[in-house]
Design a binder for this molecule. Sequence first.
Ligand code: ADP
Ligand code: MG
Length: 332
Amino acid sequence: MEMDNSDNKDSSQCVRVAVNIRPLVTSELLVGCTDCISVFPAESQVQIGSHSFTFDYIFGSGGYPCSRIFDECVAPLVDSLFHGYNGTVLAYGQTGSGKTYTMGTNYHGEEHQNGVIPKVMDTIFSKVESMKESKEFLIRVSFIEIFKEDVFDLLDQNIPFVSRNDVPPVVKSTCPARVPIQIRETVSGGITLAGVREAEVNTKDEMASYLLQGSVSRATGSTNMNSQSSRSHAIFTISMEQKRITSSSAGDDVADEILTAKLHLVDLAGSERAKRTGADGTRLREGIHINKGLLALGNVISALGDDKKRKGGHVPYRDSKLTRLLQLRVEL
Ligand code: ADP
Ligand code: MG
């Protein structure tokens, strides 16, 4: 799913939703699971039992091949990034539905090239290379996790760096306690995270090493890695600043113009937590927190899709940390 506030697009295109239907995995086939979703590509609909759902795009299982997710849904956002527009790609679904696989969050090098994030990295650096005669770029990445309404920096330098050659990571039994970071509002109304690491990157490999470092610290931050990663939202943010290079004789006005924009790539917590909160106290509180993020996200997205609410400024970004952090200034 993607959000994009480029005002050069039709407002109905502000939020677009794609479904990616993964094939059954071995363990499912072994217990005799069979496909339960029918795809009607011409109508852009899927049917489960008697329920039909319409999407902007359908991938897998008779829809477009999954390999086209990037080209159809994400490449236009990378393009917009170079034109100074913010964008967000969100992966939503229950645990095991393929969010991490689709986003490519758990990137370990050349053999896992098909995820969204590795392709974003490839595209950004080949564009930068082709534009380097005329533009100067400053690219930074941050990688954070929201767990129970607390924000953690996955690139915190206190967490030891693990190179991509050391995969699979060794889970250390003595992890330093993680300290949550605070959300601050800037004078101009922007949102910042106090003290979050924003690492400058010059190559795709450098960017990939931060993605890997973050994925590893996301896993090691918990004693039970699967359960925690399915209960937290992970946000990989690429910020880009570009400046036109002009010869010294050219006008100064143009030379000083700096274009900045951000692309957020989000692997959300498992959506099952939004429904199944359980009776146990801890679980219940966690359910409420995750619920809060996913619920607020749903409300923000429906407000963004509603012309009146969007223009009237009634987009409820402030209802959760997730939506506050993803807040894109929609200036219309
Ligand atoms: P989630 O992050 O939503 O919990 P994962 O991305 O971990 O789910 O995917 C669950 C399992 O399904 C993994 O074993 C993954 O390799 C497999 N999988 C997910 N998407 C696909 C796909 N498009 N094709 C093949 N296998 C997939
Ligand atoms: Mg996952």
